[in-house]
Design a protein around this ligand. Structure first.
Ligand code: URA
Length: 227
């Protein structure tokens, strides 16, 4: 989706960023390759996958969830955004990133000329951890086959890992976001860029500039892939 410079500036202002300074060069650092884990969901399609997630009892989170949060967006999206896990609002509504952080994510999408309907948004976990605690390793491992199948089906041209949990889980790393961002990783067939979680950006608005840099890096990768 093309948009005017004026519109872009407005979205950037909504993100809390006043001026966009484009860079001439893609600052791509050496590729780190994450291990590929087995999907465990075979070659099932969207309908079957959605049903499997809705009926999932692989970990104890099914006991406390209101409903599963499968993911939303374009099933053939170029951009895939992966967050951590549903929060209270997402658990109620069955859609990822619909709370305050989701509104900021929407602004971030608009700033790169995308919308929630044009990208695909999913989470590491499909169920809400009680009291918004971090996902455990076991929960993330139980849920991973669903996400891997989603990635296989969408076949995104780029993946954005949104926040520490998503980045560390996807890259099987303990490094902080500050060390994982700013470079291009590889997850299976797609380049992966790490950025800050919008909930963190709401608490630390001074970091929005860096998040914008991450989005610009992703856009440059996309431009390279397209050209
Ligand atoms: N935070 C996330 O990481 N995902 C959501 O869906 C909502 C908040």
């Amino acid at each position: 989706m093309m948009q005017s410079e004026q519109a872009r500036r407005e979205y950037l202002r909504a993100m809390g960023i006043d001026v966009w300074v484009p860079r001439d060069q893609v600052d791509v650092e050496p590729v780190c390759t994450a291990p590929v884990t087995q999907t465990g969901t075979g070659d099932i399609g969207w309908d079957e996958l959605r049903s499997a997630v809705a009926a999932c009892t692989r970990c104890s989170l099914h006991e406390s969830r209101t409903q599963t949060v499968f993911g939303v967006g374009n099933p053939e999206a170029d951009w895939m955004f992966i967050g951590e896990a549903p929060g209270a609002e997402e658990d109620r509504r069955g859609e990822p990133f619909v709370g305050r952080a989701g509104k900021l994510l929407d602004e971030m999408l608009l700033a790169i000329g995308e919308r929630r309907e044009s990208v695909f948004i999913a989470n590491i976990l499909k169920c809400r951890p009680p009291n918004n605690r971090d996902p455990s390793r076991e929960e993330a491992a139980s849920c991973r086959p669903y996400l891997e199948r989603q990635i296989e089906l969408v076949r995104p041209k780029i993946i954005l890992a949104v926040g520490r949990i998503a980045a560390q889980q996807l890259l099987q790393s303990d490094a902080p976001v500050g060390r994982l961002r700013g470079k291009v990783h590889q997850l299976d067939a797609a380049p992966l860029v790490v950025t800050y979680h919008p909930a963190y950006l709401l608490r630390s608005p001074s970091q929005k500039r860096k998040a914008w840099d991450d989005l610009c890096l992703a856009r440059r990768i996309m431009a390279g892939a397209a050209g």
